[in-house]
Write a new protein. Structure first.
Ligand code: NAP
Length: 300
């Protein structure tokens, strides 16, 4: 297979497609219920990258027809002040989703903060209750980045059922939940986008290349620039690059794009691959949260 045969999986275009669908679903929901789904973002400190991420999320809310709030706190905010704000947002019926932008400044216990979010408002799907539901194959919310990867693959026509998927990376945010979504029996896109045979690799994996070479679909979530090279990829595989690495040559992924394009059949670029989907799937979860809370309120 030559370099020009690797088809680019265009995350930006897919993200726009999903946002258009979400805008229409949100508009219908608001017309039927009178409720505008609202995402409250909490930003502690002045980390430049975090400010950009939060701004992007607010803009995406506007595009989809959701409302958003930004709660900006100084870097020296105490654990108690932050917990009090979460309690306030948990109790606010006008707020449906709560997002605490990570990383939090040193000294704050992010596990305690994330665990304090009402699981029905936990649109990042980090709360242990939501992780448990995902692992049992009955998710309330889907983790944004893994769900985005699943959307890209399915919308590019790549069937996962019965395929060998190798994930490099076992983080709680990407690698592990990614494996759970793909090994489940069904998905938001149907069973063809799940039911995979999944292998998870990490830094202690012996002979990594021998395993990645057996992947029909290879997902890289490592955090090391251009780590995956052509010799690690099976000819004809689909390669998804979750990595975002800031280097002297700009933003690059965990996959050596030019090299791997010579053997892969499908590949995501960085930027313009998985990144845009993460924000979009957060919008999807905020709408889901509003649906859940509105139907609960109707029953009470
Ligand atoms: P992380 O928590 O640092 O996890 C990295 C994983 O890679 C770990 O499981 C680690 O293994 C594994 N690893 C590191 N070196 C390895 C090696 N030499 N061989 C095999 N495995 C190795 O990172 P993360 O939060 O999952 O993020 C991964 C990347 O995705 C980062 O570049 C991040 O910026 C990016 N990201 C992008 C998005 C998006 O929206 N596109 C969202 C989230 C993250 P150990 O567990 O053994 O240490």
């Amino acid at each position: 297979m030559s370099a020009d045969t690797a088809k680019i999986m265009d995350g930006k275009a897919i993200s726009q497609e999903i946002q258009t669908e979400l805008a229409s679903e949100t508009s219908q929901f608001t017309q039927e219920t009178g409720v505008t789904p609202c995402l409250a973002a909490v930003l502690v400190g002045a980390d430049a990258a975090s400010e950009v991420y939060v701004r992007n999320k607010q803009r995406a809310c506007e595009r989809v027809g959701l409302s958003s709030q930004l709660h900006k706190l100084p870097a020296d905010t105490s654990q108690k002040t932050l917990l009090d704000l979460i309690t306030e947002l948990n109790n606010d019926p006008l707020v449906h989703g709560i997002l605490v932008q990570l990383p939090l400044p040193a000294g704050l216990d992010s596990t305690q903060i994330l665990d304090s979010i009402n699981p029905e408002k936990d649109v990042d799907a980090f709360h242990p209750e939501n992780v448990g539901l995902i692992s049992q194959g009955r998710p309330r919310f889907l983790p944004c980045t893994p769900h985005g990867v699943q959307q890209i693959l399915d919308r590019c026509g790549i069937e996962l059922s019965g395929k060998h998927v190798v994930i490099v990376g076992r983080s709680e945010i990407v690698g592990k939940p990614m494996a759970m979504l793909l090994v489940n029996r069904d998905s938001t896109r149907g069973p063809q986008a799940a039911n995979a045979t999944v292998t998870i690799c990490h830094s202690r994996t012996t002979d990594l290349a021998a395993i990645t070479q057996t992947a029909d679909v290879l997902i890289a979530a490592i955090g090391k620039a251009k780590f995956i090279t052509a010799d690690m990829v099976k000819p004809g595989a689909a390669v998804v690059d979750v990595g975002i690495n800031r280097t002297a040559e700009g933003l690059v992924g965990d996959v050596d794009f030019d090299d791997v394009s010579t053997v892969a059949q499908h590949i995501t670029p960085v930027p313009g691959g998985v990144g845009p989907l993460t924000v979009t799937m957060l919008m999807h979860n905020t709408l889901t949260a509003a649906r859940i809370q509105t139907s609960n309120a109707a029953v009470e």
